[in-house]
Design a binder for this molecule. Structure first.
Ligand SMILES: C[S@@+](CC[C@H](N)C(=O)[O-])C[C@H]1O[C@@H](n2cnc3c(N)ncnc32)[C@H](O)[C@@H]1O
Length: 326
């Protein structure tokens, strides 16, 4: 039995440990994309009681065969993890990297790393505070790692579904139809017509920059990313939490990431799973993009709080509450 908290037109949100829930949900070979940010392998325990050190490593690695068995033959797993630091030391932990390595190399899972992405967030608060703002001996930790894995070398993926807007110079080029053709120092031979076709945008990069650092520089997030124009503190969920005096989930995945990967790696109707759903960023983006979604979260309060996302007027989601909804 699984505890359904609520369902919408496209998805269902369950409460409980994902390891337990996934035994009952009958998802073997049905999931096109597992998109998640697991509890971070911090060396200090957080509210949601994550494991630490070697225990975390063992637990996280043991999830690889389970997650892999849920994928369709061309499905993907995308995992976001931040950096971790050694307790009371200005030394970075290797735990998150070991966890990702052991996960992808777990022999019972048959996974491979399709591509690594980096998510750079210039508005991250300076941390770890002791080393960055007090002693001033380290700099702000401002990016997360995103590993895209699959049990196939050719998972379903189409970068044309996640294009970036063209730069102004590229737009001018396409308009003027003139290009400086010839050999480049990199040895690439650029044909006269190479770059003159309008493909609707340019190919996305594997570094996401969430906010503008330099006003003079153009920020060109992929068209498929939600909310990039707004700062994270003004999105509907965060604003509504603040209006109601609710502390928002402390480790939310950026909406931009979720919307990018769902657009890039799935089609409407595919199933997207987030086994560590928290505020349900994944389910919300999947709903907007008309993908089926399943979210699982151990902490019921985060589940209740995630309902706020579906109150967003533009979404007009029909929520039906399940048996465990207070
Ligand atoms: C990094 S947060 C995910 C945040 C989420 N991506 C969002 O955008 O809000 C990790 C979440 O995993 C939950 N969690 C920890 N262990 C779990 C487990 N065994 N099964 C399900 N959820 C778990 C935590 O309560 C926490 O909300």
């Amino acid at each position: 039995m699984s505890d359904l908290l609520y369902k919408t037109e496209f998805g269902k949100y369950y409460i409980g440990k994902c390891e337990e829930n996934l035994k009952h949900l009958k998802l073997k070979q049905k999931v096109q994309l597992i998109l998640t940010s697991p509890p971070f392998p911090l060396n200090n325990k957080k509210r949601y009681g994550n494991l630490v050190g070697e225990d975390y490593l063992k637990w996280f690695t043991s999830l690889a065969p389970l997650f892999s068995s849920l994928l369709t033959p061309n499905g993907s797993i995308v995992i976001e993890v931040g950096n971790a630091w050694e307790r009371n030391r200005p030394v970075q932990s290797l735990l998150h990297l070991k966890s990702l390595m052991n996960f992808v190399e777990n022999k019972d899972a048959g996974l491979r790393l399709c591509q690594e992405f980096v998510c750079y967030n210039p508005s991250r608060l300076p941390s770890p505070a002791q080393w960055v703002t007090v002693q001033r001996i380290r700099v702000t930790d401002s990016f997360t790692h995103i590993w895209w894995m699959s049990n196939s070398d050719y998972p379903k993926a189409d970068n044309r579904k996640a294009l970036r807007p063209y730069s102004q110079s590229m737009k001018d080029l396409i308009r003027n139809g003139k290009y400086n053709a010839g050999k480049r120092p990199s040895e690439h031979n650029i044909n006269e017509k190479s770059f003159l076709k309008d493909n609707g945008g340019s190919i996305s990069h594997n570094v996401f920059e969430l906010e503008m650092v330099d006003e003079k520089r153009e920020l060109r997030p992929p068209h498929s990313m939600f909310s990039i124009a707004n700062t994270r503190s003004t999105d509907f969920y965060t604003r509504t939490c603040s209006d109601r005096g609710i502390v928002p989930h402390p480790a939310r995945m950026p909406l931009e990431l979720a919307s990018f990967f769902i657009s890039f790696l799935t089609d409407a109707g595919d199933i997207v799973l987030d086994p560590f759903a928290g505020s349900n960023t994944t389910g919300f983006c999947a709903e907007k993009l008309k993908r089926k979604w399943i979210s699982i979260e151990v902490d019921g309060d985060y589940g209740i709080q995630s309902l706020i996302r579906f109150e967003e007027p533009i979404l007009k989601a029909q929520i039906r509450k399940g048996a465990v909804c207070k």
